[in-house]
Design a protein around this ligand. Sequence first.
Ligand code: KIV
Length: 245
Amino acid sequence: MITAYDYSFAKIFDAAGIDVILVGDSASNVMAGHETTLPITLDQMIYHASSVIRGVNHCLVVVDMPFGSYQSNSKEALASAIRIMKETGAHAIKMEGGEEVLESINRIISAGIPVMGHLGLTPQSIYKFGTYSVRAKEEAEANKLRKDALVLQDAGCFAIVLEKIPATLAKEVSESLDIPTIGIGAGRFCDGQVLVMHDMLGINTEFKPRFLRQYLNIHEQATAAVQHYIKDVKTIDFPNDQEQY
Ligand code: KIV
């Protein structure tokens, strides 16, 4: 799984053979430049998701329910999920949290909407955690995560993202479930992996957590390309005779 937020990258990832595109609320960070995922709105998520859907032929598209679109009550949660499904054409939604959001998950799944869970580091709760460091290192939090994973599976979630937890815990949870886990910073024993496209393609080079593998350095290449373009325009090398009418 990889994140995408627009038509062009979704088209590249889909054609490259990715199984799942997540229209993550990380759009708040990497697309809009906010410090957290909290400011992004449901309308903005719907805009990103409908752009992604237009680029996809094969893969499953999952859309994050943004902060504030499901926390108040299950009726509002269902209304938000229905808007995402109706207005974007996406295939599933993702929600952060365990037992606390169970009523909303039940209601959304009852309406026929597939739900992906998300446990461990849940960035929408950053002001509760106070830090983006590894979660569930203490036994009490690990126990809650073990329990929440089973609760989400029993509720009918089709997969669970495990973010930034110890690899041993992710392995244990993955083995305890029949549904797949998708890890980010949760080690190699999850059933799948997810990365934020801006991090793995090196568009955003300031974020370098230990779990990240950077496959490209678009920041460096794009900077060099634009500097080359500026030089070519200033020296009247571009456009040349073949590049004009
Ligand atoms: O918003 C997002 O990109 C995510 C992934 C980090 C799992 O939730």
